[in-house]
Ligand binder design. Structure first.
Ligand code: C2O
Ligand code: CU
Ligand code: CU
Length: 495
């Protein structure tokens, strides 16, 4: 169904009222592939054959030095070249010039300092998504590192083992800068997790799923109004709901293939796409055993036939290939997609194996946040409307466009609060910096400690948040990066 846009009539009409209505005739500002707000952008280059490229594993970055209980890393943000298409190179912007960037691996509670040098022609800001980080190191959108500049980001990492990721967070330009390649994994490990006997080493694999489209010259195609990313922000009118690529990359390779042994594997799934949401399934389907969510292990494993993963979310899963004989091919599909975007990658069982890994029935102590201790209730509404810029109706939080001095909440340090999040017009993945939360009455894909949760059009989700960590000003926002860049972000301040 490539190119076909699907949207409920109710959503379309609601959006039209707000946007002032060229949406009705199609090709207008609010379109949706199934499960995602956004418009499909068709590649102008020839896409590669699926299941040819081996799955790349991003290199683990070695510390430049370790002293006094601190690990120091150096990263240069710079242009690079990726080999994704068969016939053309793809220029990218990457951490150390690669996409995904190098994986940083930290121990829980061990301070990690990352020195970033900006060798790109634009300002940047680095955010550690899922990090419990002091505000001055959290990558606030206007806390920029100028072109040619550099700075240290200092991460205390006083948090449990989890799959974090780092990505660009520049005000108004996060969408295009992440799309060019500014994203990488940052894993936090701890002794407890390592004592469980989960699949590890070469069978603990991060999978960064991100869709992209390609221009005729092989570069990533993105509909910026100003492709130099130095002047006017935003995307052209047809893409204000989100940019959906027609090629699915995993760890930077198009529809790659991974040879596996007939054993258990741990996959850390991350949806690093700007706007695309996936409903992942395996064919044939041994099922996914979910062991962790955005912020670490669940209390006990959860079995899923499919996984819905929104932008910014992580699912830590174990897949057991032991029931398959060598030669079996297993395709990871995206049942929300159509054509090329209906498939993600392939596993080929290459050999038998002796597996001594296990998935224990008790994974971690995860106390439910006590609803009775919530000291405040707040409502956050993600919708389109209430503010305009450059003749466009903006995406807003509680009717307001992002401004560095508007505070939507001022929780006290250590407080538990109950927030009601509502989504209107289209889907919106809600993301909160700093503070982990739990969904009250979670759906199948909303268990455990979360920092991002998807809401469908018209949905309401209640969360309990504990504002632990640090005082200061942070952002919450929609993790549809086009929405975020078009003002769907707000500040909260921990007092
Ligand atoms: Cu993953 Cu504020 O972002
Ligand atoms: Cu974040
Ligand atoms: Cu949104």
């Amino acid at each position: 169904m490539t190119g076909v846009t699907r949207v409920t009539r109710r959503a379309l009409l609601a959006a039209c009222v707000l946007a002032g209505c060229d949406a009705i005739s199609g090709g207008g500002p609010v379109n949706s592939e199934q499960g995602s707000a956004g418009t499909l952008l068709k590649s102008r280059a020839r896409l590669p054959q699926p299941f040819r490229a081996p799955l790349p594993i991003p290199p683990v970055l070695a510390p430049s030095r370790s002293d006094g209980g601190v690990d120091h890393y150096d990263i240069a943000q710079k242009p690079g070249t990726a080999k994704i298409l068969e016939d053309l190179p793809t220029p990218i912007w990457g951490y150390n010039g690669i996409f995904p960037g190098p994986t940083i691996v930290s121990r829980s509670g061990r301070r990690t300092i990352v020195k970033h040098r900006n060798e790109l022609p634009v300002p940047v800001s680095v955010h550690l998504h899922g990090g419990s980080t002091p505000p001055e190191h959290d990558g606030y959108p206007t806390d920029l590192v100028a072109a040619g500049g550099g700075r240290d980001y200092d991460y205390p990492l006083r948090q449990r083992a989890a799959t974090l990721w780092y990505h660009d967070h520049r005000m108004d330009f996060t969408g295009p800068q992440v799309y060019r390649g500014l994203a990488g994994f940052h894993l936090v490990r701890d002794d407890h997790e390592e004592s469980l006997g989960l699949p590890s080493g070469e069978r603990d694999i991060p999978l960064m799923i991100a869709d992209r489209s390609f221009d005729a010259d092989g570069s990533f195609l993105y509909p910026s109004t100003d492709p130099s990313l130095t002047g006017h922000p935003g995307v052209t009118r047809d893409y204000v709901s989100g940019v959906l690529g027609d090629c699915v990359l995993v760890n930077g390779a198009a529809w790659p293939v991974l040879e596996v042994s007939a054993m258990r594997y741990r996959f850390r799934l991350l949806n690093a796409s700007n706007a695309r949401r996936y409903r992942l399934t395996l064919d044939p389907n041994p099922g996914f055993v979910q062991i962790g969510s955005d912020l670490g292990l669940l209390a006990q494993p959860l079995r899923h036939k499919t996984i819905d993963i929104a932008q910014g979310e992580r699912f830590d899963v174990v897949v057991d290939f032991s029931g398959y004989s060598p030669g079996t091919e297993i395709i990871m599909r995206n049942t929300y997609g159509g054509g090329g975007t209906a498939q993600v990658m392939k596993f080929v069982v290459a050999r038998r194996g002796r597996d001594d890994s296990r998935v224990p029935q008790r994974l971690s102590d995860l106390e439910p946040l006590p609803a009775g201790e919530a000291t405040a209730r707040r409502t956050i509404v993600f919708a389109r409307g209430g503010a305009q810029a450059h003749g466009m109706t903006l995406w807003t939080v509680n009717g307001k466009a992002f401004s560095p001095d508007y505070l939507v909440a001022q929780p006290k340090l250590g407080a538990v609060e109950r927030w009601t999040i509502r989504a209107q017009n289209v889907e919106h993945p809600f993301h909160l910096h700093l503070a982990p939360f739990q969904v009250v009455s979670p759906g199948p894909h909303q268990h455990g400690w979360k920092d991002t949760v998807n809401l469908g059009n018209g949905d309401r989700v209640d969360i309990l948040v504990r504002f632990d960590g640090y005082r200061g000003k942070y952002v919450l926002h929609c993790h549809n990066l086009e929405h975020e860049d078009m003002a769907m972000m707000a500040n909260f301040e921990v007092l």
